[in-house]
Ligand binder design. Structure first.
Ligand SMILES: C[S@@+](CC[C@H](N)C(=O)[O-])C[C@H]1O[C@@H](n2cnc3c(N)ncnc32)[C@H](O)[C@@H]1O
Ligand SMILES: [Zn+2]
Length: 271
């Protein structure tokens, strides 16, 4: 899939592992195959996005299959929406678990191209190294390196984004699939941290300029006994900082049972 130059917005062409625009701005492919299209001035920190430790913990956890029902649900929805030669973008793709599973599911049905985008260089590096058949770029969801109305389907799983930018890049009548926490998500852990834990607020389902095609809730109980895996799970959530080391130790020794509660929505951009 073609990118646009983050500096002058002209189309980039790939020759000899370098993406180049007509104004001669160049972006080299890293040895893992991804391209970094995040201009230095758009970085709000030296190492934006998830750091390597969080990313590796997430990879271990996801690869063990604990969130596989979510990935399967997303794939099932996406397979019902796509057509031949579809261009797909996974916003905030992290280390590529969902992107790769979606790509594999879709390619049993149609030819599709999938790009994973994330602001975290370490996540993209690992994604590109592992999933060679996919395309990955380091970029911000707030300023994406794609032409106007060029993407058929976008996936946003727990990632930040800006609605106007999604609308710019998505084709008219294209689809956006979002996954966000539903009220009871991770409630058992919140009970350990807060005296009066709050339910996740339900996010606004209707997005301006989109038709809400479908809204689903997917819930199950996560049961974990392996201490190392519980450690990975805590590491990849925002709770790693909030639990005391005693609490973490206890969970790792005694096992963890916790609600998973996801809200999945399909939005279609109005024409
Ligand atoms: C909670 S993780 C979700 C990752 C992946 N979708 C998953 O569910 O495994 C959020 C991701 O958003 C990325 N992220 C944060 N700010 C971003 C931005 N402005 N643009 C693109 N990605 C961003 C983080 O680096 C991280 O990989
Ligand atoms: Zn340029």
């Amino acid at each position: 899939m073609a990118y646009i130059c983050p500096l002058c917005r002209q189309l980039l062409q790939l020759t000899d592992k370098t993406w180049r625009c007509s104004n001669n701005h160049c972006f080299d492919c890293a040895k893992e195959g991804y391209v970094n299209l995040l201009p230095v001035q758009n970085k709000n920190s030296k190492d934006p996005g998830d750091n390597q430790q969080m990313m590796l913990a997430r990879r271990q956890f996801l690869e063990a299959g604990f969130y596989q029902p979510l990935s399967e649900k997303v794939n099932q929805i996406a397979c019902g929406l796509i057509k031949q030669n579809c261009q797909i973008l996974d916003i905030g793709c992290g280390e590529g678990y969902y992107s790769n599973r979606l790509f594999e599911a879709l390619n049993q049905q149609v030819e599709a191209q999938l790009v994973g985008l994330d602001i975290s260089k370490s996540a993209i590096k690992y994604a590109a190294k592992k999933y060679k058949q996919l395309q990955f770029c380091v970029a911000s969801a707030y300023d994406m390196p794609f032409e106007d109305h060029s993407i058929d389907l976008m996936l946003r799983i727990y990632a930040p984004s800006k609605l106007d930018e999604i609308k710019r890049v998505l084709k008219k009548e294209g689809y956006l699939i979002t996954v966000s926490p539903a009220p009871k998500h991770h409630y058992a852990i919140k009970e350990l941290i807060y005296e009066q834990p709050r339910l996740h607020p339900v996010s606004e389902a209707e997005l301006d300029g989109f038709k809400l095609v479908e809204q689903q809730q997917l819930s199950w109980q996560l049961e974990m006994t392996d201490a190392a895996m519980i450690g990975h799970f805590l590491e990849m959530t925002p709770y790693a900082w909030k639990l005391t080391s005693d609490q973490k130790q206890q969970l790792m020794q005694n096992g963890l049972s916790c609600e998973l509660d996801f809200q999945i929505e399909i939005h279609q951009l109005l024409s």
